[in-house]
Structure formats: C-alpha cells, structure tokens
Design a protein around this ligand. Structure first.
Ligand SMILES: Cc1ncc(COP(=O)(O)O)c(C=O)c1O
Length: 218
C-alpha cells in the first residue's frame, strides 16, 4: 500500500497501518509500504511504517521529494533476513541504477540540497491550498483533503459520467491535462479525475480559467 497515496494524496493513519500490519502478520503475509511521497507532507505527521516494525518492507525513490523522476534510482528497506535474497533478485533483474544517477542521489542527500527541497515542499503546499478551493468552486467535489504527494482526486460527475473522454476533450480543446479515474482502478473511475499540481501557481491559475471556460461551453 502507498502512503501518502497516489491519486488521493491521503495518509494512512498510524492506528490503521498498525491494524493492517497486525492482520497481514497474522496471515503470515508481508506488508509492503510505498513511501515514495515521504517528505511531501503538508501540516501532518510525516512518519514511516518502519516506526511500527522492522519486519515491514518499505519502498522509496528519488523521483518525488528529490525531484529526480526519470533518473531511475530508489531504495528498499527490508527485514535483515531478506537482504541476501533481495540482493540476488536485484542482481538478476536490473543489476544497478546508472552510476551518474547514484552520484546525483548522493548529492541530493546533502543538507544543502535539503534546504532547497523543503522550500520546494512548501511551494507544493501553497499550490494545493490554491487548487483545492479553486476546483471546489468550479463544482468538483473532493472527498478528502490531500495531506501529501501533489495530487487532488476530484469527483467530476457534475460535468460528466465519462471522465476519460471528458479529460481528452479538455486536453484537445483547452490544453489542460488531467489523469482520468480509470488510470487508478475501477471504483467510480468514470466519475473521477486526478489533478497534479506539479506546475507553477501561475500555470495552475491559467488552467482553472481554461477549465471554467470549458465547463461553461458544454
Ligand atoms: C505511489 C507511487 N509509487 C511509485 C511510483 C513510481 O516512481 P519511480 O519514478 O520511482 O518509478 C509512483 C509514480 O508516480 C507513485 O505514484
């Protein structure tokens, strides 16, 4: 499971994670938690599943908080007795990330870079605080306020019952891109779409104006 999650940006509360771990453990399963949006948490406790147990598998990457999407470098924290077997799988599946990516990742871990990354996180929060009410004002419904990542998963049934075609038209006619709900599973997928606030505030404002114009035209 992923926390913060894509596409909702929500965090799994610690007590629910603990309950999930208890159930999985009872069934002799393994809990794998994807924490790729760690560091991109707004006004909530930014924690790790490893606080709960060393027996949890945690996946992370330089793609989000570190802004290194495409460099193909990440990491796993695994129970000590799994290191050897995972090492052997990694050796056979991908061997190693590119050397240049590894050096870039080392630099990303310095305290100097962290100052910049935390400023970037604060900018993401400002964008969320703009985009969420702006979308709600247009008529989108957002069931849960995102506390992390950089997405808003919105109900768009006021405008369409086919978010895939609707998003396609919005892209073709207004140049605004969103991800349709079907990208994330079946549940009410046609009534939902995901907005990413990975662009500047200025661009987000332009996008809101364009969505507004698009809705009025339909
Ligand atoms: C929850 C989650 N996990 C993993 C990934 C993949 O990231 P990477 O670039 O490290 O392959 C994404 C990318 O959007 C994501 O949202």
């Amino acid at each position: 499971m992923a926390s913060p999650s894509n596409p909702t940006g929500t965090l799994l509360p610690e007590d629910q994670l603990a309950e999930l771990y208890r159930i999985v453990d009872k069934k002799k399963g393994r809990l794998v938690v994807d924490e790729i949006y760690q560091g991109l948490v707004y006004g909530a406790n930014d924690t790790t599943a490893l606080a709960l147990s060393d027996e949890i598998f945690v996946i992370n990457s330089f793609s989000k908080y570190f802004g290194m999407t495409g460099w193909r470098v990440g990491w796993m924290v695994v129970p000590a007795h799994y290191v050897d077997v995972i090492d052997r799988i990694a050796q056979n599946v991908f061997l190693a990330p590119p050397t240049v990516s590894q050096y870039a990742a080392l630099t990303a871990l310095t305290s100097k870079t962290q100052v910049e990354l935390d400023q970037r996180r604060d900018i993401f929060m400002q964008r969320r605080d703009y985009l969420l009410p702006a979308l709600e004002q247009l008529g989108f419904e957002v069931a849960v306020k995102p506390q992390g990542a950089f997405y808003i998963y919105a109900n768009c049934e006021k405008f369409t019952d086919d978010s895939f075609s609707w998003g396609n038209q919005l892209l073709t006619e207004q140049g605004v891109a969103l991800a349709p709900g079907i990208d994330f599973g079946d549940y009410l997928a046609n009534k939902h779409c995901r907005f990413a606030y990975t662009q500047s505030l200025e661009k987000l404002e332009q996008a809101i104006d364009k969505i507004d114009a698009f809705i009025r035209m339909k």
